[in-house]
Design a protein around this ligand. Structure first.
Ligand SMILES: [Zn+2]
Length: 462
């Protein structure tokens, strides 16, 4: 058996070059970078040596799919692949049918290595490119990749990878949705016991994204389209250093779709089941006043969850009432009355507010012009009275604002999709959206391989 230094014999000229560079490096930074380069060179040599060694083992030849004859080796052919450590090259046997049937070309060693016939870039590098594109515009992702590992890839390549793997992520969701429609419930995500006892919160909102007016054409007036988004998380009360009580989100999962609430509904149900909605001790639903979201709540979650109407949104209705009523009572400004109403709402007297509005609607002193608004607000508060019990919600430890989902809209959608001059095609948007979702939901790596692909740092002296 050969030892490592016998099997990986450095090419003298190359080694000499690196060694001289190392000797002449003066600063720590240049020493580190040169040593890193040597490390990469050594890594590439190791990988190539392994591949060329393993290829000597006998291949398992299958049968021709046309005539059934056993395939035969036709000798060795080179294979080249761009990897995280640079270009790697090796030779492997190719085989084909002795009857020369078309399409019988076979490379068993490629299958062993889990590479596809036309693959030019290794999976760990593709994953890194996709990951950078999840956060950065394509041309910036390419630049950062150069900075990180010295490999320059065209932004077109990165774009294509995102389409391929984003498509896979979408298909995964579609498959899960078909299963759900057929009554197959998803498996619950494993949850630490300490998290499983915490309340579950679901919050939904919408955000618009700029699209191209026509597929394939970049010019023309931007068309904004709505993306519906929902957040599912476990709520944990904690304390800041100054002793203030804060609610933190754990096991945060996002659902988003380019479409309307009917498109969001099954996706949200799927994720809610995954996050254990049926076994959670308490469930809260938070959204603004958009009717569609409350219809979704009534249809899917009303049996399990406490519904909370975003407090800020509710106070906007109070302001409309106060503003319409105006200075009907000379010593009370709309602002003063609004502040009183808001205070009462916050402390749980929604029924008192509803009663007051009902009385005002009857009084002859109430201006006729204010009555339609007062009536509408009265109706609104009556409809949502169970969703406006803020004192009760606070006692249960639930948030009363939808800030968490509004901020999720910002960092999931606005930050990446609404940059200057950006306008999207439907597939381009959907593919990248699904990669971003896979990342934030902890399902990114499984799109690429069934083992973790994050490089681990070699630092034995840590
Ligand atoms: Zn054949």
């Amino acid at each position: 058996m050969l030892t490592l230094d016998q099997s990986v014999r450095p090419d003298t000229a190359e080694w000499q070059h690196f060694y001289e560079k190392l000797q002449t490096s003066t600063t720590l930074a240049s020493l580190v970078l040169t040593a890193w380069q040597i490390g990469l060179w050594f890594a590439k040599t190791l990988v190539e040596q392994q591949l060329n060694e393993r290829v000597k083992r006998p291949d398992v030849w299958g049968d021709c799919s046309t005539c059934g004859s056993r395939l035969q080796s036709k000798g060795f052919v080179s294979r080249r692949m761009l990897t995280l450590i640079g270009w790697v090259e090796w030779k492997r046997r190719v085989g084909r049918c002795p009857n020369r049937c078309s399409g019988s070309y076979s490379t068993p060693f490629d299958s062993v290595l889990a590479i596809t016939p036309y693959q030019q870039t290794s999976t760990e590098l593709v994953r890194l490119g996709c990951l950078l594109a999840v956060f950065l515009p394509f041309e910036l992702a390419v630049e950062v990749l150069v900075q990180l590992c010295g490999i320059r890839i065209s932004d077109d390549s990165v774009w294509h990878w995102v389409q391929t793997f984003g498509q896979q992520a979408m298909q995964q969701v579609d498959t899960d949705l078909v299963d759900l429609a057929n009554g197959v419930e998803p498996t619950c995500e494993s949850l630490e016991p300490a998290l499983a006892v915490l309340p579950l919160v679901i919050a939904a909102d919408g955000v618009s994204v700029p699209f191209r007016p026509h597929p394939g054409i970049t010019s023309g007036k931007i068309r904004f389209r709505e993306v519906k988004l929902a957040l599912i998380a476990r709520l944990k009360q904690g304390q800041t250093r100054t002793g203030k009580t804060v609610t933190r989100l754990h096991q945060r999962r996002l659902v988003a779709v380019l479409g309307d609430i009917n498109d969001l509904q099954p996706r949200l149900q799927l994720e809610a089941l995954r996050q254990g909605i049926t076994t959670a001790a308490q469930v809260a639903w938070i959204s603004d006043g958009a009717r569609g979201f409350w219809r979704l709540f009534d249809q899917c979650f009303a049996q399990l969850a406490v519904g909370i109407l975003d407090f800020y949104h509710a106070t906007q209705h109070l302001w409309q009432a106060a503003d319409a009523y105006g200075k009907t009572i000379p010593q009370r400004s709309p602002q003063t009355w609004f502040e009183q109403l808001r205070h009462r709402l916050r402390h749980g007297s929604v029924l008192g507010i509803i009663k007051e509005l009902r009385h005002l609607l009857k009084y002859s002193s109430t201006p006729a012009s204010a009555k339609p608004t007062l009536k509408r607000v009265h109706q609104y508060l009556s409809t949502h009275r169970f969703h406006l019990q803020y004192r009760h919600f606070k006692k249960l430890g639930f948030p009363i604002g939808s800030g968490m989902v509004e901020s999720a809209c910002k960092w999931l959608i606005t930050q990446r999709f609404k940059g200057t001059g950006m306008r999207w095609s439907e597939p381009g948007f959907n593919h990248l959206l699904h990669l971003r979702l896979a990342w934030v939901n902890g399902r990114f790596d499984s799109l690429f391989a069934d083992f973790p692909l994050t490089p681990t740092l070699y630092s034995p002296n840590r």
